[in-house]
Design a protein around this ligand. Structure first.
Ligand code: PLP
Length: 405
């Protein structure tokens, strides 16, 4: 891996200051900063070949379409999908889950059927299923978690039945960092022929992703959480499923032939890409995947685990600090509260020190309810963070305590 100062130099925003203090950006779970190459790639689209994709015969449109399809190939290769037809561009994880919830629901869910999620889900992997269950008179079942924030696999197995039509679980909890045992979850579901959707929003950026090895049926993620642009995301679906699902949006480019009497749909994956897509975002995402591949996903994982262990040691040394989510398998997220100090007070003081952390429920209210708390302060680290930044966080929290306690 490149040395850390070289890596940080790739990200222009990391060198800025906030309130006269050097920025310490520890909100990577919410969104990541962008390397210059991604900024340049998007800039380049608008500067030199902006034109609508798949629609023109002119040179600019050809070039934009080619780059967009190159980006699709980069995504395919990054997650090791078998075919490019299995890679659908969407607006993000939320867009992808809503697409599956609608299309899968229309095609496969009937009254009395069940969909299983876990207690660790982001609202994006709860609400679309609730909406679908309401539409279809189906039922949402929830895998419970234990006191350290791990899913209870025994309870999961008990939930599986002939009524179960789909499992939709997150790979990693955005609220407390738990890495879920997705392999066990998928294997148990497949032994009963039940398909599985994995929400990879917090998984994709922290290690190698291989959808074929994982054997999931759907895998979704957002570009902005893996150093790419906002407003672009991926829905990977095994071809056998995508081929069966009806489109969830109608419009330009998703059709083969349109008459007022009958419309036929385009082939995969275009059938699921209605209207003008975010092609600059897709191209930027392709560049982001090239960038992290050059850094090396294995090395990223190792570095982030080192940062997690350093942060654990530093923060558990602070008297009165409680960490929520202590699973052995965790990504580099520490979700905490300090004494009885309100999370927003902690977040605001840290902000004035130049430290960006997230405060609140992290769009995972059921997780907070499980722990009987209104929310947490969440520090989420990634490979461009440093031990010095973790020390600054530690000192910042000590300052919060001295101010409020
Ligand atoms: N799922 C998880 C686990 C997340 O962490 C997030 C965002 O934080 C989402 C889904 C939603 O992602 P987006 O807002 O990019 O659609």
């Amino acid at each position: 891996m490149k040395n850390i100062s070289g890596i940080r130099a790739d990200f222009p925003l990391l060198s800025r200051s906030v309130y006269g203090k050097p920025l310490v950006y520890l909100d990577n779970g919410a969104t990541t900063q962008k390397p210059q190459c991604v900024i340049d790639a998007v800039d380049e689209v608008y500067k030199s070949y902006n034109a609508n994709i798949h629609r023109g015969v002119h040179a600019l449109s050809d070039k934009a379409s080619e780059e967009y399809e190159n980006a699709r190939e980069k995504v395919r290769s990054f997650i090791n999908a078998e075919k490019r037809e299995e890679i659908v561009f969407t607006s993000g994880t939320t867009g992808s889950i809503n697409a599956v919830a609608f299309s899968f629901g229309e095609r496969f869910i009937n009254k009395g059927d069940e969909v299983i999620v876990s207690h660790l889900e982001h609202h994006a992997n709860i609400v679309p299923w609730q909406m679908m269950c309401e539409r279809k008179n189906a039922k949402l079942r929830v895998i419970p978690i234990n006191d350290i924030g791990e899913v209870l696999l025994d309870e999961y197995l008990k939930l599986l039945s002939s009524k179960t039509k789909l499992i939709a679980v997150t790979q990693v909890s955005n609220a407390i960092g738990t890495i879920l045992p997705v392999q066990e979850i998928i294997d148990a579901a497949h032994s009963r022929d039940i398909p599985v959707l994995i929400d990879g929003a917090q998984g994709i950026q922290h290690g190698i992703t291989d959808v074929r090895k994982m054997d999931c049926d759907f895998y979704v993620f957002s570009g902005h959480k893996i150093y790419g642009p906002a407003g672009i995301g991926i829905l990977y679906g095994r071809e056998k499923w995508l081929a069966e699902l009806p489109p969830y949006q109608g419009g330009g480019d998703m059709v083969a032939n349109v008459t007022f009497e009958k419309t036929t749909y385009n082939e995969l994956p275009f059938r699921f890409e209605a209207g003008t897509m975010n092609f600059p975002g897709a191209i930027g995402l392709g560049t982001a995947l090239d960038y992290v591949s050059t850094i090396g996903m294995e090395d990223i994982e190792i570095r982030e685990q080192e940062l997690l262990s350093y942060a654990n040691d530093r923060l558990t040394g602070i008297s009165g600090l409680r960490i929520f989510g202590n699973s052995v398998n965790k990504i580099s997220i520490i979700s905490f509260l300090v004494k009885d100090i309100h999370m927003y007070d902690t977040g605001m003081v840290l902000d004035k020190l130049g430290i960006a952390v997230r405060t609140g429920t992290h769009c995972a209210q059921p997780v907070m309810d499980r722990f009987g708390i209104p929310g947490t302060v969440r520090a989420s680290f990634c490979f461009y963070n440093t031990k010095e930044e973790i020390d600054i966080l530690g000192t910042g929290i000590e300052k919060v305590i001295s101010m409020f306690a």
